[in-house]
Design a protein around this ligand. Structure first.
Ligand SMILES: [Zn+2]
Length: 331
């Protein structure tokens, strides 16, 4: 039998599950897009429980389960994992999720913020493996970061995170209101909804017939569509990714000066745009950062595990809980 940890990445619209051994080998995975069906907290938790139970029943017989890890797109506070600041699953705001999960899967379960889990997978098994100080940034519908040090594990101080890092100010002149209520936040100008907004503007003001044709065909446009348009050579899409990369680079320059990482790993759906995004990120950091800090930085690299990183990191907590818990100043 092969022992595996079960990782469950609970997102706003889907649950990603992975069965992973202690070395980071994935033996089985599933994505389930059912979460939006719940109309009350109990219904959503029941969906998570039944989806996980179905996943377990589908596992190959050669695997045995060593434990469970969960991650959520928000804060999980206290012994009962009371969810807070839940923008993707507002029905779960203030709801304790641990009791129902413990009843279904036993007491050997753990839970963290999704960016912590994705960063943990990259730090332990992925792009950050072997580096002393790793900053992970997840760029998707929202933006957030986690930070790991070999000697101290995951660094956390604000509700088990390094703060609401997507809301660092990168455009003080922006008149776009962020979901947090602020103005000029990184997330408001560089996450997937901002890329979509910029693409809509380019299509509507005649900046790109290509982007306009996508909207006419699909009725909408996604950050992924913009990436594909950029790869096809559409200049407006290339410019959107360049500006997005610049904003990300401004934020990462500040993080570089605060955390002094040896490596920065970029994950999340938007990061899959590739070099058309990564190159302006690197150029901005190289141009803006203190040379002394730049010397400590080996590189800015894409995540190894992409969209699987969250579920893999959850499984990683089963085997290496001390990495998450070692240096927490505040749970
Ligand atoms: Zn904000």
């Amino acid at each position: 039998m092969i022992g595996v940890g079960i990782g469950v990445d609970i997102g706003g619209s889907q649950i990603k599950l992975a069965a992973v051994d202690r070395k980071g080998q994935v033996y089985y995975r599933e994505s389930i897009s059912t979460l939006a069906r719940g109309s009350n907290p109990e219904g959503i938790i029941a969906t998570i429980v039944t989806s996980t139970q179905r996943f377990l029943s589908n596992l190959p017989a050669s695997l045995s389960v060593d434990g469970f890890g969960f991650c959520v797109p928000c804060y999980a506070q206290g012994e009962d994992w009371v969810l807070g600041n839940v923008t993707n699953l507002p029905l779960l705001e203030g709801y304790p999720i641990r009791p129902a999960l413990a009843e279904a899967f036993g007491s050997q379960i753990s839970c963290t913020y999704d960016t912590n889990a994705a960063g943990l997978a990259e730090f332990s098994w992925g792009s950050g493996m072997g580096f002393d100080r790793v900053l992970f940034m997840g760029i998707g519908t929202g933006i957030s970061a986690s930070f790991f040090i070999q000697s101290a594990g995951m660094v956390s101080f604000t509700f088990n995170t390094i703060g609401d890092t997507g809301h660092i100010i990168v455009d003080p002149d922006s008149n776009v209101e962020c979901l947090c209520g602020g103005h000029g936040c990184l997330e408001a100008v560089a996450a997937a909804p901002a890329i979509r907004r910029h693409a809509m503007e380019a299509a509507n003001n005649g900046g790109s017939a290509y982007l306009r044709s996508i909207i006419e065909r699909n009725g909408d446009i996604s950050a992924r569509d913009v990436s594909e348009a950029a790869r096809s050579g559409d200049q407006a899409a290339i410019a959107i990714l360049k500006q997005t990369g610049r904003y990300l680079g401004i934020a990462l320059t500040s993080y570089l000066h605060i955390f002094l990482p040896n490596l920065i790993v970029l994950g999340g759906g938007v990061s899959q745009a590739g070099d058309l995004l990564l190159d302006p990120v690197k150029h901005t950091v190289e141009t803006m950062a203190s040379p002394w800090f730049m010397k400590q930085l080996s590189g800015i690299v894409p995540s190894r595990f992409g969209q699987d990183a969250g579920a893999m990191g959850c499984a990683c907590m089963v085997y290496y809980p001390e990495v998450i818990n070692k240096s927490s100043l505040h749970q």
